[in-house]
Design a binder for this molecule. Sequence first.
Ligand SMILES: [Zn+2]
Length: 413
Amino acid sequence: MKKVLKLNARSVVEVKDGGECQCVKLNFQVYKDGKPNFGSHVIIYRREETGYVFDYDEWEYFDCLLPREDEIVFDGELEIDNTFCEYTDYDVEVGKTYVYWVGRERFGEYLTGPAPVTVRDRRVWWHFDEVLEKTYALQKDFPELITLEQVGNTVFGKPLMAIFAGDRTKPVVACVGAVHAGESGPEILLPLVRELAREQSELLKKSCLAILPVVNADMREKMVDGAPWYIRTNAAGVDINRNLDADWDLTDYSYNLSSADYRSPTYRGPYPNSEPEVRAVLQFLKLADPRVAFSFHGPCSVTAEGMIVSKSATGDEAYLAMADQIKQIYSDHFRDAIDFPKRENYKAGIACSAGSIPTYLYHRGIPAFDLELSGDLHMLDGSIRGNTTPEMISLMVQAHKAGLISMLKRYGK
Ligand SMILES: [Zn+2]
């Protein structure tokens, strides 16, 4: 039996001929009768999947695919190190989705695949290394204004770094990014803090912006590496925004999914605060002790000012009135900054689930919001299909910067 196992396809950046180029790396293992080192003949099939978009169900879409004879892109010898084998496909384009199969013989019984990969735009999806690099650069470039603190780790042990811009003894406005892997955070928040440090040093003497740019760093890395679909949960399969010890045992049915079901992308986890990322968020909130907090959602690295508060606040008129007031101020400044018509009488959506960051803060009397897309901001529509552009991100950096400045002014003293 000639077998190929563990086929994995990743989109990577390589330095080639003095410049950076994006390519797809296939990694797999080859065996014969359970033994390694038996020759190196490999056949690789590849198909461009133009029909696949970000929000499709990946299993339904990819599982039934089979390769065709004319899709062979490699038929020859590859070097095998013990059982490990690698193939690099340089003939790929940013934004496209490809599917690969690998076998030992043409249309043999043992083709392995499909392995789908989307070649992601690195200006829109930043690797965790880049997030860390940009975080440390902030502290280096603005030592008087910026302090950093590690608040915890991910399941895979990545350090989660909080950024404090301004005077930490003054009132704090807090932002959390990428609680859900396929959503927004670091690409908006890090440039925003840098601009704020450059332009608003006086304001930052009276206030502080605390930022945890990425929470679900493990699975976000999978998206950057090219998982074509939307990923929500952490590496342990838990929805971080359902796992906090805040009405945790109330089962939530958002999106017609049950947060009590371990197969659901909204799974709340085995017990409250079970996930290391959640404990990092709690440590961050403890250190920040914010007056107001914003959690960045929205698909594919951008979000607008669609602001929702905890479902647990239902009927709490005083809290909702306070939330409405903050929404109006944030939204007015947000929209002014990008020349977009203001929303009249903008009311709080009540939609954040049990176990979410806004629910946790609601029980402490702190106005807290998930930020989502806004229905009328059609310039961001492409993000739902995975087609966020660098221009959309720049626009949202300006808009959210204006919104957050209005908050720093409101609370600062
Ligand atoms: Zn989300």
